[in-house]
Write a protein that binds this ligand. Structure first.
Ligand code: FE
Length: 254
């Protein structure tokens, strides 16, 4: 299994603080059946800055330690970019990393809003030949209230990634329900851990896929795992026509 969103590099963001903590995460990932992780440190999220060159150096350091420790896990470079106006300019300057040097680029919105310029910027990113992947839309307050904003972004070419823990219920019932609605309406394309540690923010991929199989069947879990593989190969991923989420009226019990 491939995990395309994970904070496993030590001392770069709110992920593990030490190499020992990174190795604990690595061992847990292996137990979950993960063979490859894209390390995606926060960038420009108001707390952390991790430029491309620094991430590349940290990834190769961690890979050599994993090899020494005999942990069968490969780390690839990525970046979780908070959306900002100059992102394309900085991509051209060499500060921004796509996911493992593919054409797929992670984009994070602030936790409660979707900046008004997002629609235009996500379009401009695609003009550059990149495919934006919006991370954890299910945890964004504005999207929860107005899911059709996400529909519009996906309909205009953006992809999205939901967090395994959200599907498994670790962020509460409301976010779990919304995550499942996103799956049901073809508004998400990847499931990843966004793991930060082995305590309260661990991988939960197995639990998430069990939940997906229970509610949607094996085809869906296959589709999501396959999409992560396709992304890593810089291939076109599976996507079905997105549908709008209609607010259901409460009909009561008859
Ligand atoms: Fe993250």
């Amino acid at each position: 299994m491939i995990d395309i969103h994970c904070h496993i590099l030590p001392g770069v963001d709110d992920g593990p603080e030490s190499i020992e903590a990174s190795l604990m995460m690595a061992r847990e990932a292996v137990k979950e059946g993960i063979k490859t992780i894209i390390a995606t440190p926060h960038h420009r999220n108001n707390s952390y800055e991790n430029k491309k060159s620094e991430i590349l150096a940290e990834v190769s350091k961690l890979n050599s330690i994993l090899l020494k420790e005999n942990i069968p896990l490969e780390i690839l470079p990525g970046q979780e970019n908070r959306i900002y106006g100059e992102i394309i300019k900085d991509y051209k300057n060499g500060e921004i990393l796509t996911l493992s040097n593919t054409n797929y680029l992670f984009i994070e919105f602030p936790s409660s809003t979707v900046p008004r310029y997002s629609e235009r910027l996500l379009y401009e990113i695609q003009i550059e030949g990149l495919t934006p992947v919006i991370v954890h839309p299910e945890r964004n307050k504005e999207l929860l209230e107005n899911p059709n904003l996400l529909y519009s972004l996906v309909n205009n070419g953006a992809l999205t990634q939901v967090t395994a823990g959200s599907i498994a219920g670790y962020f509460g019932k409301k976010i779990q329900r919304f995550s499942k609605q996103l799956i049901e309406h073809n508004l998400t394309h990847f499931v990843a851990s966004d793991a930060h540690n082995t305590n309260n923010r661990s991988f939960k991929l197995i639990e998430a896929f069990e939940e997906i199989e229970k509610d949607f069947g094996g085809d869906y879990s296959y589709l999501f795992t396959e999409n992560s593989e396709l992304l890593l190969g810089n291939k076109t991923i599976f996507r079905q026509l997105p549908e709008q989420i209609k607010k259901k009226k409460f009909l009561g019990i008859f």
